[in-house]
Design a binder for this molecule. Structure first.
Ligand code: AMP
Length: 113
C-alpha cells in the first residue's frame, strides 16, 4: 500500500519541510487556506484519529507540542491559530495518514472551516 504522507516522510516525494525529528515531520500544505498552513505528520503510519490506539497517546501529544512550537517559530503564537484533525468521510479527510493542520496568519472567522 502506498501512502502519500509515508512517501513524503521518507523523502520519496518532495515537500517543503519546516521541521522534523525522528518521530515527526511538518511540511507546508500544498493547497494552503491561510498564510500559515502546515501539516504535522507522525512518521508512523496511522490512518486517522479514528484508528488511534491508547498506546499512541504520547505521539498525539507530541504532534500538538510540535504545532505549539512551530506556531511560536512562525510568529503566530500570539495572534492565534487553529489545530484541526479531519477524520473520515464527513470531515473530508483526503489523506489516510494521521495529520494535524496548523492554520493561521490571518483572521479565521468561519467555524467550522
Ligand atoms: P485532509 O483533508 O485533512 O486529509 O487534508 C489533507 C491535506 O493534505 C490537504 O489540505 C491537502 O492540500 C494536503 N496535501 C495533499 N497532497 C499534498 C502534498 N503532496 N504536499 C503537501 N500537502 C498535501
Amino acid at each position: 500500500m502506498t501512502c502519500l504522507f509515508c512517501q513524503i516522510a521518507k523523502k520519496e516525494i518532495k515537500s517543503e519541510v519546516v521541521a522534523e525529528d525522528e518521530r515527526m515531520i511538518a511540511f507546508k500544505d500544498i493547497n494552503p487556506v491561510a498564510p500559515v498552513h502546515i501539516l504535522i505528520v507522525p512518521k508512523k503510519h496511522i490512518p486517522s484519529a479514528a484508528a488511534l490506539e491508547r498506546s499512541d497517546l504520547p505521539l498525539v501529544a507530541e504532534m500538538i507540542w510540535f504545532a505549539k512550537e512551530l506556531a511560536e517559530k512562525l510568529g503566530i503564537a500570539q495572534s492565534g491559530y487553529k489545530l484541526i484533525f479531519n477524520s473520515g468521510k464527513d470531515a473530508g479527510q483526503m489523506v489516510d495518514h494521521l495529520h494535524l493542520h496548523l492554520i493561521g496568519g490571518k483572521r479565521l472567522e468561519r467555524w467550522p472551516v
